[in-house]
Design a protein. Structure first.
Length: 224
């Protein structure tokens, strides 16, 4: 079953802003908390996506999703390929845009995520062997919540500081714009400002150019 993530980000910056947001979320009776975990995310550019998939597919734990992976690769044009370590789990990720935003930071994207039996280093090597190179490496601590039917995360990111994401998963990509309006309405109710795409793109470009100064650290920057 094809799934599309529709998400809108908000730059919180300081810890007190993140704490204030979580306090507002907790006031709703539907609020759920799913705990906190650490992540390492490695982004890749260039290379041969079909070759990467061939190298990786036998290492995907749930082989029932292989057909979905091949179908996605055959259709997407703009995509973001990543590997993720999340508290010991190593995950292969492809995200392709379904609107006019980017596959790296877009507001509506088709996503594929599958846990592998590899280490992060082994999975990275398969992608590098397919001709890709590192675009950047990211580290973060993530808290996950459910609020009014949305998946909400509050991340402490190296470079960015605190960032929240409001997300809904849909199966019909034609509903992407309607879903974004629904998410924005929820964010407006609790006074959370959307991080506009052009600023997000500037932040992303700056981090990619300087990621080795921030990865795994507490350092942050501010790009307007």
């Amino acid at each position: 079953m094809n799934q599309y993530e529709v998400e809108i980000k908000s730059l919180l910056g300081a810890k007190e802003n993140a704490d204030a947001l979580i306090g507002k979320l907790k006031q709703d009776p539907t609020f759920q908390s799913f705990g906190e975990h650490k992540q390492l995310n490695h982004y890749f550019i260039g290379g041969d996506i079909a070759k990467a998939v061939e190298l990786i597919k036998s290492h995907i734990k749930d082989q029932s999703v292989s057909g979905e992976l091949h179908e996605l690769v055959s259709k997407i044009k703009d995509y973001s390929m990543r590997t993720r370590w999340a508290d010991g789990r190593v995950i292969f990720v492809i995200k392709g845009s379904v609107d006019d935003t980017t596959s790296s930071n877009g507001t509506a994207r088709r996503e594929f995520e599958a846990e592998t039996d590899s280490t992060l280093e082994e999975l990275d090597k398969m992608i590098l062997d397919a001709g890709f190179k590192y675009q950047s490496k990211w580290s973060r601590q993530r808290q996950e919540f459910k609020y009014k039917g949305l998946n909400v995360t509050v991340d402490k990111n190296a470079g960015y500081g605190y960032l929240s994401e409001f997300e809904k998963i849909i199966e019909d990509p034609s509903l992407a714009e309607q879903t974004k309006d629904e998410i924005r309405a929820v964010m407006a109710e609790i006074g959370v400002a959307e991080l506009v795409q052009d600023r997000l793109a500037r932040m992303f470009d700056f981090y990619n150019a300087h990621w080795d100064e921030y990865y795994g650290t507490e350092k942050v920057f501010n790009i307007e």
